[in-house]
Design a protein. Structure first.
Length: 113
């Protein structure tokens, strides 16, 4: 599975961004797809995940602010990020799990005034 992430950028605190992760295969054939992030000096952490059956899990730090969704027609998973905070600054990676674990390239999100 090949993953292409996009949508990062620089945004002010309180702003919004939407990340996209386009998969090379039918996303409903993939067990789970998710977003992870790594801030400078930190370990990579789970942000949000959606399973093929539609179950969703969010990290506590983003609940109520971030929304993961998918578009089967485009084989794309999205991460809508609202009310962004400086501590959301990180490189964001999309991920797919189907027998193996696949990673897309990272996309930088910087939240700063």
């Amino acid at each position: 599975v090949q993953l292409q992430a996009s949508g990062g950028g620089l945004v002010q605190p309180g702003g919004s961004l939407r990340l996209s992760c386009a998969a090379s295969e039918n996303i409903f054939s993939i067990n789970a797809m998710g977003w992870y992030r790594r801030a400078p000096g930190n370990r990579r952490e789970l942000v949000a995940i959606i399973t093929s059956s539609g179950n969703i899990h969010y990290a506590d730090s983003v609940k109520g602010r971030f929304t993961i969704s998918r578009d089967g027609a485009k084989n794309t998973v999205y991460l809508q990020m609202n009310s962004l905070k400086p501590e959301d600054t990180a490189v964001y990676y999309c991920n797919a799990v189907r027998l193996n674990i696949y990673w897309g390239q990272g996309t930088q999100v910087t939240v700063s005034s």
